[in-house]
Design a protein around this ligand. Sequence first.
Ligand code: G
Ligand code: G
Ligand code: MN
Ligand code: NA
Length: 253
Amino acid sequence: RAFEQQLRLAFERDEFELYYQPQVATGTNALTGAEALIRWNHPDRGLLTPASFIDVLSEKPSAIAVGEWVLRTACRQAAEWRKWVPGFRIGVNLFEAQFSTGRLLSAVRQTLAECGLPPEALELEIVENILLRNDKKTLRLLQELRKLGVGLAFDDYGTGFASLSLLKRYSVSRLKIDRSFIRDVTTDPEDAAVVKAILYLGKAFGVDVIAEGVETLTPWEFLNRNKCAEAQGHLFGAAMSAADFTLNPRVAI
Ligand code: G
Ligand code: G
Ligand code: MN
Ligand code: NA
């Protein structure tokens, strides 16, 4: 298809770029890491967010090539920032197609070695729906990744269809509370209940929790009161270029 062709060309021309959104700890407000988010520097249309191209990019051949580029680029950058921010962790979103290639595990292992990045500095983000496949191969792959020592985060947690018991079966290391529950968490009792339930689950299963989409102080205070460990959102910074991230006062270089 024409658009697919365009994306492939964009990739060859190096028009994709990773942006980074800071993650901070409650209590100290310290920078703990970042999520890598892809952007397309379109020659005519300017900087594009994934909304306009992620669906097509997610299709098989490009998802695998671009996914490995994302992994490599993000890990290289994280290795750099770790020199300034001890313990810095990088979150990388995975395409579903990367799970059926048979090369994800080796790509991760090789990338970590190449970048000199310890496995705990990498957190792979997956959406619950990957787990709904519930096949032995996916389960084994996720277990192998965890054995390697990399983090595994459930993205957009609370919005998918995966059952709570999956937390037990898959050794997930973090839950990312979907931003739709955060905005009105202090005024909408149902949102507050969902957020508290996820925090409780995290505690019960020994899984860390991070809240996404924290835009104002009010939800941030709620999250602090309720002992959510970390947060991400416009209150601390939107996704920004690597150059801007380096200049961010939280990086404190
Ligand atoms: O960057 P933005 O905030 O608009 O991200 C929109 C969506 O695109 C998010 O759901 C995110 O998971 C997805 N996304 C962004 N970057 C990547 C990437 O590098 N790989 C994958 N698989 N998804 C991404
Ligand atoms: O992978 P994921 O779907 O979680 O991607 C994060 C998405 O959320 C990106 O599109 C990012 O730009 C967006 N985002 C990050 N922080 C905020 C925020 O504080 N408010 C809103 N509305 N969106 C945010
Ligand atoms: Mn994500
Ligand atoms: Na998310």
